[in-house]
Write a protein that binds this ligand. Structure first.
Ligand code: NAD
Length: 301
């Protein structure tokens, strides 16, 4: 009792949990993989051993898992947080999931007197490890006050978007723009490669006009253009987000033809062997399909 629980110590979660632990929030942690658990334990966190162990030890349980099905299993499954939780607890899901999943978690947990906050995360994994993330939070006011110190320990920018479910919906709106721009960068730079243009010159022009975008300036500049396609944010998760975006948009009759096209471009990247690479490697995939050299800065090595 009295600890903060953290389930899901992947590219994002491990860095976020490390920020919490290093800033005085004593954690009970769990992941199906041992390696990140051991890292947190060496910093003073408790190895809860299972989802149930986290639920029993914690007042607030944070989840940072890949997709909707994982979160539903961990929170609502037979050995999950709800089954092992108690009235007065709070679950904060920080994964990017279907809005219907957030709504379902809020409703099911409420029946047991357990609060729910959806607080998906903006920016890159490198920001999460540096404690510089942005959070989009859906929460009742009293629950927001309860998680605010945790969010302040993990990030620099917090938006309280409204009640439960609004954080997840804001995240999908944001990721449509983010992932859409990433795919646009891939096609634009593939054309530059096909024209045989100088990459550094093209990069300078694109960042010097109104075409400027953070995906090109920050993510591409630090990852794929330097030859680094280690995730980061995996292609398979970007594809999952585009599926969520298309489905959620269709559910409210919002036409999103570009989103469908981006989703299928990522389907091709997944099928082409890029599923576990960083999502900026959409560029490598596109260059490969076009039969042009991969775009790399001259000093990329
Ligand atoms: P990841 O796959 O690297 O990490 C997920 C972690 O959850 C892994 O360590 C995995 O072992 C663990 N896990 C899976 N099922 C589990 C279970 N049943 N019990 C315990 N642990 C389990 O994913 P990530 O990149 O850290 O992303 C997590 C979420 O954050 C996703 O929803 C993603 O879309 C979102 N997100 C990612 C980024 C990014 O840049 N990587 C940025 C913002 C948001």
């Amino acid at each position: 009792m009295g600890l903060t629980g953290f389930i899901g110590l992947g590219h994002m979660g491990e860095g976020m949990a490390r920020q919490l632990q290093s800033k005085g929030h004593k954690l009970a942690v769990y992941d199906v993989r041992n390696e990140p658990v051991e890292g947190l334990v060496s910093m003073g966190a408790e190895n809860a051993g299972s989802v149930a162990g986290v639920a029993k030890a914690s007042d607030v349980v944070v989840t940072m898992l890949p997709a909707s099905a994982d979160v539903e299993q961990v929170v609502l499954g037979p050995d999950g947080v709800l089954a092992n939780g108690r009235e007065g607890q709070l679950v904060m899901d920080m994964s990017t999931v279907d809005p219907e999943t957030s709504d379902k978690l809020a409703a099911e947990l409420a029946k047991a007197g357990i609060g729910f906050v959806d607080a998906p995360v903006g920016r890159l994994a490198s920001h999460a490890w540096a404690g510089e993330s942005l959070f989009m939070v859906g929460a009742h006011d009293d629950d927001f006050a309860r998680v605010k110190p945790l969010l302040e320990a993990m990030g620099t920018t917090i938006y309280h978007c409204g009640g439960p479910g609004t954080g997840t919906r804001t995240k999908l709106v944001n990721n449509f723009l983010t992932i859409g721009l990433c795919q646009m960068n891939a096609e634009v730079l593939t054309l530059s490669q096909a024209f045989g243009l100088d990459l550094e010159t093209t990069f300078g022009v694109l960042n010097g006009t109104t075409g400027t975008n953070g995906q090109l300036k920050v993510a591409y500049a630090n990852k794929v253009l330097k030859g680094d396609t280690e995730p980061g944010f995996r292609v398979t998760l970007a594809h999952k987000d585009m599926l969520l975006i298309c489905n959620a948009a269709n559910a409210v009759n919002a036409p999103v033809p570009l989103a469908a096209s981006v989703r299928e471009s990522l389907s091709l990247a997944k099928a082409g062997g890029y599923a576990e690479r960083d999502f900026s490697s959409a560029l490598d995939h596109w260059c490969e399909r076009a039969g042009v050299p991969k775009a790399r800065f001259k000093d990329a090595g």
